[in-house]
Design a protein. Structure first.
Length: 224
């Protein structure tokens, strides 16, 4: 449990570092930060880039900035805020929604600061990120779209995913595992073996069987 908690705290810390790096590159006045939790294999942060287009090709410069900032992240400080203080400090509609919900639940509103970056947060970080995080133990993985709070009625945000493990060896092992899984992806194997194909005009989820696939599909099983 202690190891799992430390890893979760490391990943959560990296989510904040990601947000700080995005702000350093794209300027905080031009982006709106929302939230960024730890997940099973790393972390993510959902960001409103306010019309700016972000793709996987942008990940390297963000990741490089994370590593550049990391040595300056030596300790955390936190402050308990009143609702009004928090609303005045975090001036975007996403943070406003979160602050109002925290206040309605009667919970404390806290902000954590590290390396000059402050975020709305309940805590759960590595004590000294610069010391505790190996710069080679994480990498940014991909960019995806995500509706705010998972509701399709809300605005589509940019979600940046990152991978993070206790050390570089575990990160490399995970990367190899994922690559092997991709090689065995039935969707890719089916195309390579000319078993089936898909056509977006007909329907993304509709399998179109090719001659080899039809033969395989209609062949009796060994138990028949």
């Amino acid at each position: 449990m202690e190891k799992a908690e430390k890893l979760a705290n490391l990943r959560h810390t990296l989510a904040h570092l990601l947000a700080a790096s995005v702000g350093a590159i794209y300027k905080f006045d031009n982006v709106k930060l929302t939230l960024g939790p730890a997940i099973d294999n790393g972390f993510y942060y959902d960001i409103d880039f306010c019309g700016q287009k972000i793709t996987d090709s942008d990940l390297k410069k963000i990741e490089d900035t994370m590593r550049k900032l990391l040595p300056k992240w030596t300790e955390w400080s936190h402050k308990e805020m009143t609702k009004d203080e928090a609303l005045l400090f975090f001036k975007n509609e996403y943070k406003t929604e979160l602050i109002n919900e925290i206040s309605e639940r009667g919970e404390k509103i806290t902000a954590y600061t590290c390396g000059g970056f402050t975020d709305l947060c309940r805590g759960g970080h590595t004590e000294n990120p610069a010391k505790d995080i190996n710069p080679e133990s994480f990498k940014l993985d991909r960019v995806a779209g995500a509706y705010w709070r998972g509701d399709e009625k809300n605005k589509m945000l940019t979600r940046i995913y990152g991978l993070a493990f206790a050390n570089k060896e575990e990160l490399d092992a995970y990367a190899i595992q994922q690559e092997e899984a991709r090689k065995r992806d039935h969707r890719e194997l089916g195309k390579k073996l000319e078993l089936f194909t898909f056509d977006e005009e007909i329907g993304k989820g509709l399998t179109l069987w090719l001659p080899k696939g039809c033969l395989l599909y209609t062949s009796p099983s060994p138990r028949d």
